[in-house]
Ligand binder design. Structure first.
Ligand SMILES: *[C@@H]1O[C@H](CO)[C@@H](O)[C@H](O)[C@H]1NC(C)=O
Ligand SMILES: *[C@@H]1O[C@H](CO)[C@@H](O)[C@H](O)[C@H]1NC(C)=O
Length: 357
């Protein structure tokens, strides 16, 4: 229950910012404020945790992929604000590693960020990260412009000495970005990846990650979207590394064994699932005026709307039918750069009104 009330509190803050929409006439006034945020959380990867079951009684979304209950189609409404259409169809990603990350961990995360570029693999029949991303092209803004086709890693920093300690809150995350040496990029997404020994307010109790936006002083009134995602390996693998860790015992579904992670690191492979969720949510709802569904208590965005679904025939506790690597036995659903394999959450498709991957 504590979780539920905290979530309400957080999201009601979010709501007041959504009302004072910086996209409208308040633009000048809002942009004078150094930094305000509209937080939206990447929830646990599990289909339905008990607290969320209570929280979601008033909305219909959870049951949509539950074949037993015929439901009206899931709709994420468009709230007439901007989407991330990028520049020349490209969004630049700026990444801050915060704390300890091993070389293999950084290698896996970098390969993921490089996986959004078009490649020769795309013409082959197997699924790729960039083909997965193409579902976001069905989201269009008021000018009928779609979300940018390409995400491109444009900068990386490593705060290996934990400059703000090991216990962070939302202000710390924002300060890390605003205080970084990155220049402001109106077509950028800024990401903070926190190491397994860093706690972030809300991490593992409410969220696997969160996205926000802020107004840098020198940004000429532009807003920049940013997000953090934590490494859950030690703090809540059963929530934020599922299905690569056994589900948390608070989960009501079947007690299924953990799947083998494709990059050999349940924490990092779990982070990549949350990053996929975050990136899709940021691009389609950067300022909480894009596509989401919700009664105000818990907006559901592109990937959150398909929670727990990674393949066909998913149901609560079962991620769906996935590909299996015959050598390692790992489970995945997309190929990425450098022959890597990843698991991407299914995304709601506005053209079919269904989740797909
Ligand atoms: C725009 O993107 C295309 C292909 O993605 C590239 O060939 C072209 O050079 C880019 N143009 C600019 C101005 O960056
Ligand atoms: C975040 O933590 C810092 C100190 O670590 C504190 O000064 C600040 O008030 C906190 N902000 C919020 C929003 O809790």
């Amino acid at each position: 229950m504590i979780w539920f009330f905290q979530a309400l509190l957080l999201l009601s803050q979010c709501w007041s910012f959504a009302v004072a929409n910086p996209w409208d006439d308040n633009h000048q006034m809002m942009s004078a404020i150094t930094s305000k945020v509209g937080p939206v959380g990447v929830r646990s990867h599990l289909f339905q945790a008990p607290n969320q079951a209570k929280a979601s009684q008033s909305d219909q979304t959870i049951a949509v992929s539950d074949a037993l209950v015929p439901e009206q189609p899931l709709i994420l409404s468009y709230h007439n604000g901007p989407l991330l259409v990028g520049s020349n169809d490209t969004i630049n990603m700026y990444v801050i590693f915060y704390g300890s990350f091993s070389r293999p961990q950084r290698g896996t995360l970098r390969a993921f960020f490089q996986s959004f570029a078009p490649s020769k693999q795309d013409s082959k029949s197997f699924p790729t990260v960039s083909k997965w991303w193409s579902v976001t092209r069905h989201y269009v803004d008021v000018h009928q412009s779609p979300v940018a086709k390409i995400l491109r890693p444009a900068g990386e920093l490593w705060d290996r000495k934990y400059s703000r300690g090991r216990q962070l809150n939302q202000s710390d995350i924002e300060s890390l970005i605003l205080g970084s040496t990155f220049s402001f990029d109106p077509h950028g997404i800024y990401l903070v990846l926190t190491a397994e020994d860093v706690s972030v307010k809300g991490f593992c109790t409410q969220f696997c990650g969160q996205h926000f936006y802020t107004f840098p002083k020198d940004a000429k009134g532009h807003q920049i979207p940013y997000a953090w995602v934590g490494n859950p390996a030690k703090q809540c693998p059963g929530l934020c590394s599922w299905p690569y860790s056994k589900p948390d015992e608070a989960f009501l579904g079947p007690d299924t064994p953990a799947l083998v992670p494709p990059n050999g690191d349940a924490g990092i492979d779990g982070m990549i699932i949350s990053l996929g969720d975050s990136l899709a949510s940021i691009a389609t709802d950067p300022y909480i005026t894009g596509y989401y569904q919700g009664n105000g208590a818990e907006p559901l965005e592109a990937a959150g709307a398909c929670k727990g679904a990674y393949g066909p025939n998913s149901f609560p506790g079962f991620p769906g039918e996935l590909s299996i690597d015959s050598t390692t036995g790992s489970s995945f659903n997309v190929y990425g750069a450098r022959k890597r394999k990843f698991l991407m959450p299914w995304i709601w498709n506005p053209s079919t009104l269904a989740c797909s991957g």
